[in-house]
Design a protein around this ligand. Structure first.
Ligand code: FMN
Length: 306
């Protein structure tokens, strides 16, 4: 099984990707958060840094773009190729209103006619790198999925990642595994399942339901349990020592790049994932004034980690 670490803007930067690979591993491909393409084709400093091969040394990465313009995308694919990468991903799943109102991200799912003409124009030329796509299963409703799945099955994508929710559902509520089953039946090229995989048992349940599954993408599950991919492959739980090293290395990396205040804020945000809505953990973390205090708070709450 291929395991992708999901792109998460503001979280899964190069520091997190490299640190994760060094301590926990188990990931085949680390996905880069999207580059928001513009008319001028200029990228933000942080976007340029994120795709820099040095930032991704030793990792298999998949850069991603957010656009509804085939010419912009095509130019960016050449840039990706010049950076030394052989594949890239198109985001048609972002549900953020600021993105969808401009018809980008999952806003494209609202207009299958435009999506088709966009992809026709894009694939009418030979692309310099292979292209995959990351989608949701509809904008308003999962009933849109059969038409969208058929549309996506008609293009030579390297793979199609399916977050099994609609735009309206954002990130919560039940996922729709039946939509992934449909993707397998419709002959979508190399579908990758995404959505709410939190434990090895969740992956086993998915495999039992959809035996043809070749690949999964995991986001929040890996933030909550950075050893999850390793465990899915039969490896061990994260030890307390590993978690201490993980959070300390992230803090040091972020401190060197952004300064102490931002680094501590980022660490606290990251540490909230294992506890979900655990109010006590949130309170302990909020009170912690330094990285040691944060780690003590979280390890005290994680008896299984010792
Ligand atoms: C904070 C945050 C940022 C995200 N940024 C991106 C992004 O840049 N590109 C993208 O395709 N998906 C992005 N996503 C969606 C995730 O990649 C993933 O599809 C989603 O979290 C569902 O998977 P999960 O249940 O395993 O977390 C983001 C999600 C979160 C929570």
């Amino acid at each position: 099984m291929t395991i992708y670490f999901a792109p998460m803007e503001g979280v899964t930067d190069g520091i997190l990707r490299r640190t994760h690979h060094r301590i926990f591993g188990g990931i085949d491909v680390y996905c880069l958060p999207f580059h928001r393409l513009t008319q001028s084709l200029s990228l933000l400093t942080r976007e340029q840094r994120d795709i820099d091969p040095e930032e991704n040394a030793g990792l298999n990465v998949l850069p991603q773009a957010l656009t509804r313009d085939p010419e912009q995308l095509s130019a960016w694919l050449y840039y990706v190729s010049e950076c030394g990468y052989s594949r890239a991903d198109l985001n048609i799943g972002c549900p953020s209103p600021t993105v969808t109102k401009r018809g980008r991200g999952s806003g494209l799912l609202r207009d299958p006619g435009y999506l088709r003409s966009f992809l026709d124009r894009l694939f009418s030329n030979t692309l310099p790198v292979s292209l995959s796509v990351k989608t949701r299963i509809g904008y308003e409703s999962a009933e849109e999925w059969p038409e969208l799945a058929e549309l996506l099955a008609g293009y030579p994508f390297a793979h199609v990642t399916i977050h099994a929710r609609t735009t309206r559902e954002q990130y919560t509520g039940a996922v729709h595994p039946e939509a992934f089953e449909l993707a397998l039946r419709k002959g979508i090229p190399h579908p990758v399942y995404n959505g709410d995989l939190r434990t090895p048992e969740d992956v086993q349940a998915l495999m039992a339901r959809c035996p043809g599954t070749e690949a999964v993408m995991i986001g929040r599950g890996l933030l909550a349990d950075p050893a999850l991919a390793r465990k899915i492959r039969g490896g061990k739980e994260a030890s307390g020592e590993e978690l201490r090293t993980w959070y300390t290395a992230l803090y040091e990396g972020w401190k060197n790049r952004f300064g102490e205040t931002i680094a501590l804020g980022r660490i606290k945000k990251l540490m909230e994932w294992p506890g979900g809505s655990d109010i006590r953990r949130k309170r302990l973390l909020r009170r912690a004034g330094n990285i040691e205090g944060c780690i003590d708070a979280i390890l005290r709450e994680l008896p299984a980690a010792e």
